[in-house]
Design a protein around this ligand. Structure first.
Ligand SMILES: C[S@@+](CC[C@H](N)C(=O)[O-])C[C@H]1O[C@@H](n2cnc3c(N)ncnc32)[C@H](O)[C@@H]1O
Length: 223
């Protein structure tokens, strides 16, 4: 497993602070409110031999599920937090997936897969509940679309606008998420449409499952 190529600085310190203790209860607790992750994994559908990258892979919960679901895919994960990666590495080893899942510490706003992993691009890139924790989230979209191969797909799941949920629920959820430095990206669909207009992505498919609690986007990179 490779390690970081550029110093990630303060965002890394903040994520390490948040996850130093939480990583131990992360998978158990997030199961109940990071909705839509398994739906994304179902729809990822890489072909045998294709490379799949998760940006902001956390504990590797999703990568392990993808490895089990698609036994012939090669998997890669990056995360800025050394603490999260400690748990991710333990999980990958425990699950006997070291030969299939490669992990590296990197900042999603500026990374190069050739330096991190010695590969030029990916057939699938996915981002699960990480854009809402990254202030420069639009730079992450640009990076993802740069590193997905032409004809490949970028899948994103994250908190949505909760527009069909009661106002009190939405307000309470957002206050609670802010305590964890999480900001739902209400402009995600607009930003992806702008990328599509600039021909970086073909028009994206966009869904708002769970009454808008979550948002799910799939963009195919123009070939
Ligand atoms: C809410 S967790 C999501 C983890 C995992 N994707 C999941 O679905 O369970 C957000 C993750 O994004 C990572 N992260 C935050 N900022 C990042 C950045 N700039 N570059 C890479 N990873 C980042 C955090 O360290 C954390 O592991």
């Amino acid at each position: 497993m490779s390690d970081i190529t550029a110093s990630p600085g303060r965002p890394a310190e903040l994520m390490d602070l948040i996850y130093r203790r939480q990583r131990h209860v992360y998978d158990l607790s997030r199961k109940y409110y990071l909705l839509g992750r398994d739906r994304l994994i179902d729809q990822l559908a890489p072909r045998p031999g294709e490379r799949v990258l998760e940006i902001g892979c956390g504990t590797a919960r999703n990568l392990v599920a993808v490895a089990r679901r698609y036994p012939e895919a090669s998997l890669f994960g990056i995360d800025i937090s050394a603490e999260m990666l400690r748990t991710a590495r333990q999980t990958v080893e425990r699950e006997g997936l070291v030969s299939r899942i490669r992990l590296a510490r990197a900042d999603a706003t500026r990374f190069d897969p050739a330096i991190l992993f010695g590969v030029p691009s990916f057939s699938r890139i996915f981002i699960s509940y990480s854009l809402s924790m990254i202030p420069a989230w639009e730079s992450v979209l640009a990076q993802a679309l740069a590193w997905v191969r032409p004809g490949g797909e970028l899948h994103i799941v994250d908190f949505g606008r909760q527009e069909e949920l009661p106002v009190w629920f939405r307000a309470g959820l957002r206050r609670w998420l802010a305590l964890f430095h999480v900001s739902p990206r209400d402009r995600l669909e607009t930003a992806l449409t702008e990328f599509a207009d600039r021909q970086t992505a073909s028009l994206c498919r966009f869904e708002r499952p769970f009454r808008g609690y979550a948002q799910y986007a799939v963009c195919r990179r123009a070939g």
